[in-house]
Design a protein around this ligand. Structure first.
Ligand SMILES: [Zn+2]
Ligand SMILES: [Zn+2]
Length: 297
C-alpha cells in the first residue's frame, strides 16, 4: 500500500472529523507498521471443485486447510507494533509488560498470533491471563499482526472466491462478521467487507448478515443527523447492526480500519439504541497441520 494514499485518507478523515485527530494518527501509525511489508505465504492446494463445495456448504475457504504462518514475519510485525505503542503514553506501560513476557518466554508471540489468525479471541484471552498481560491490548496486537497474513491469503484465494456464490453473512474466507457494508454503483448494490482479511462479498440489501432474516418488518436503519456518508442497518430480531456507506470503488482492504474509525459515532448511536454485534465470529475457523492441532480446543 502506498504511504501517500494512507496519509491522504487520514488527512481527509481529520478534516471532516477534527475530534478524531488523535485516534487517526494512532491508526495511521499502526497501519504503517503492518502494511510496510508483505507477508510470506505458501500456496494452499485447493482444487476448484473443492472450493465450490466448501463455499456452497457455508464453509470459509481457510477452514480445515494447512496454512503456513511465517514465525519470523510474525515476530517482526509484532515487535514493530510493540515498539510503536511503547512511544505512546497511554499504552507504554501495558506494552512494556508484553515485551517482558515475550522476552521471558511466558508469551509465545507466534502462538498468540496464530490464535488471532483463526480469530479465537477466547484463546488469546487465556494466553493474556496466563502471562498476566492486559487482554484487550494483547487482542489488538495479535489481531493486527495476523491481518497482513490474512490479507495475503485472501489475495491468493480471490479467484476461487470470485467464481463461486456465497450466501452467508460471515466472511467466505475467514469466517468473521463483516465490519461494514459498501453500497456501490447506480443500483447501490450491497457489498459486505471483512475487517480482518479484506474480503468482499455481496448480499441483498434486505438481509441481516447475523441472523439471516430478510423481511421488511424486522430490518430497518438508523440515519444519523448530519451524517451523509454512512448509515446503520439494524435488525430488530437479533439486534445486530452493520454500518453501511456509499462507495464509488471498493475500499482497499488496508483502508477499512479508517472507514471504521470515520464512522465510530455510528457505533455509539447503535449501541445507545440497544444494538450490538455478535460477540462470537460467524464461523469458528480451525486449521489443520501441526499448528492447527496444537491450537484446537
Ligand atoms: Zn475475512
Ligand atoms: Zn438479525
Amino acid at each position: 500500500m502506498e504511504q501517500s494514499l494512507l496519509d491522504r485518507r487520514v488527512q481527509a478523515l481529520v478534516k471532516t472529523n477534527p475530534s478524531l485527530a488523535e485516534a487517526a494518527a494512532l491508526q495511521s501509525a499502526l497501519l504503517g507498521c503492518i502494511y510496510g511489508v508483505s507477508a510470506p505465504t505458501r500456496p494452499i492446494v485447493l482444487p476448484a471443485q473443492r472450493a465450490r463445495d466448501k463455499l456452497e456448504a457455508g464453509t470459509p475457504l481457510l477452514h480445515g486447510e494447512d496454512v503456513y504462518l511465517d514465525d519470523g514475519f510474525i515476530r517482526d510485525v509484532f515487535g514493530r507494533l510493540v515498539n510503536l505503542l511503547r512511544t505512546r503514553p497511554e499504552s507504554a506501560e501495558g506494552v512494556a509488560v508484553v515485551a517482558v513476557a515475550a522476552r521471558d518466554h511466558r508469551l509465545h508471540v507466534e502462538h498468540v498470533v496464530a490464535e488471532a489468525f483463526v480469530n479465537h479471541a477466547d484463546h488469546v484471552e487465556q494466553v493474556a491471563i496466563q502471562a498476566d498481560i492486559d487482554a484487550d491490548l494483547l487482542q489488538t496486537l495479535a489481531q493486527l499482526s495476523a491481518r497482513p497474513i490474512l490479507m495475503a491469503y485472501a489475495e491468493h484465494l480471490a479467484t476461487p472466491l470470485a467464481a463461486a456464490t456465497w450466501s452467508r453473512g460471515y466472511c467466505p474466507l475467514c469466517g468473521a462478521w463483516p465490519i461494514l457494508a459498501e453500497l456501490r454503483g447506480p443500483e447501490l448494490s450491497r457489498h459486505l467487507r471483512c475487517g480482518r482479511c479484506g474480503s468482499d462479498w455481496t448480499a441483498s440489501r434486505l438481509y441481516c448478515p447475523f441472523c439471516g432474516i430478510d423481511d421488511h418488518d424486522s430490518l430497518g436503519y438508523l440515519q444519523i443527523e448530519g451524517e451523509r456518508r454512512f448509515r446503520v442497518d439494524v435488525c430488530h430480531r437479533c439486534q445486530g447492526y452493520l454500518k453501511a456507506g456509499n462507495a464509488f470503488d471498493p475500499s482497499p482492504p488496508e483502508m477499512l480500519a479508517l472507514d471504521d474509525l470515520a464512522s465510530v459515532h455510528l457505533d455509539l448511536a447503535a449501541l445507545e439504541r440497544g444494538h450490538a454485534r455478535p460477540p462470537e465470529p460467524g464461523f469458528r475457523l480451525d486449521l489443520v497441520g501441526d499448528e492447527g492441532e496444537l491450537y484446537d480446543d
